[in-house]
Design a protein around this ligand. Structure first.
Ligand SMILES: C[S@@+](CC[C@H](N)C(=O)[O-])C[C@H]1O[C@@H](n2cnc3c(N)ncnc32)[C@H](O)[C@@H]1O
Length: 285
């Protein structure tokens, strides 16, 4: 077994020489995968319900999820609609967790997870839907990645996103703090700037939503549930490792919470049609 396989497989912490340094040294997406955080898109289940409804996802649909983390979007949509899905992520830890989740929480879902780089991954297969949530921001060139996502769509297919945008300027110190926690720059653009990315596609459904910060009680409850499960999965009984994982997740959640008063997000269902793309013949409202 390779070092990564040894660590992410549910074997005892002692066997893998797991340490607090190892946990703190993981890159943010690997940490999310390692603890199997259900790191969801803005709006969570509610956004998925809107997508299913307004993008007509049925058992005949074929969905591709870009940068799937621990698999929430593809797993839930495949389970709820009976569609088939494929999903990939750069992090082997995330893909390990996505496979764990589908097996344990949605065994009937027809979804395949694999490791791939969204900058280079290619497929001859075309999909009826491509979903990314707020994931475009995790790519070096989001506009280029969006073009790649569109290239996976069949004519008349839907692109599903839920991007953040700023409702007021984010103080520099918060931008810097978020960079250290997430390893990327959080959204610093306003509504029009974010929406301009999608100008080549038709907007079939859009809404704009506030984010309500979570209470300390809610944060603790979430972190406790997630880290207790991670300890069970990895066979960790050591108090120091529990605390290390809990504290890191709490810092991540606290950071997201600090950003919330400055952010809003849109739920988007965008259509790609060869006869229209990349023109916009419909006014904006
Ligand atoms: C934190 S998640 C997105 C958050 C949330 N799932 C959402 O939809 O809003 C970002 C994911 O993008 C993945 N990622 C970053 N660069 C990537 C790439 N080049 N190819 C594939 N996945 C990538 C990371 O591994 C991480 O799991």
């Amino acid at each position: 077994m390779s070092a990564i396989q040894k660590i992410i497989n549910p074997v005892s912490a002692e066997e893998t020489d797991m340490t607090a340094e190892f946990i703190n040294g993981l890159a943010y997406p690997d940490f999310v995968g390692f603890i199997n955080q259900w790191n969801v898109l803005p709006g969570s289940h509610v956004t998925l319900s809107k997508w299913i409804n307004f993008a007509d996802i049925t058992s005949d649909s074929r969905l591709m999820q870009f940068a799937c983390t621990t698999g929430f979007q593809s797993r839930e949509i495949a389970m709820r609609t009976g569609c088939t899905a494929k999903a990939f992520d750069l992090s082997p830890y995330a893909i390990w967790a996505a496979n764990y989740n589908v097996k344990n929480y949605a065994p009937s879902a027809k979804v395949e997870y694999f490791c791939a780089d969204g900058h280079t991954y290619d497929s001859d297969e075309k999909f009826t839907h491509v979903a990314i949530g707020a994931g475009l921001k995790f790519f070096k060139d989001p506009q280029h990645t969006l073009k790649r996502c569109i290239s996976f769509l069949e004519d008349g297919g839907y692109f599903l996103a839920s991007p953040f945008y700023l409702s007021e300027e984010l103080p520099d110190e918060l931008v810097k703090k978020a960079q250290t926690v997430f390893g990327i720059t959080p959204t610093t653009e306003g509504y029009k700037e974010i929406m301009s990315m999608y100008q080549d596609l038709e907007i079939l459904y859009e809404d704009r939503n506030d984010l309500i910060p979570e209470t300390e009680e809610e944060l603790k409850n979430y972190c406790e549930a997630t880290i207790k499960r991670a300890c069970d999965i990895h066979g960790i009984s050591n108090e120091e490792l529990y605390e290390t994982m809990y504290n890191r997740l709490y810092r991540v959640k606290e950071m997201s919470n600090l950003l919330r008063p400055y952010q809003r997000y849109s739920t988007l269902v965008l259509r790609y049609r060869e006869c229209v793309y990349p023109n916009r013949y419909v006014e904006l409202f």
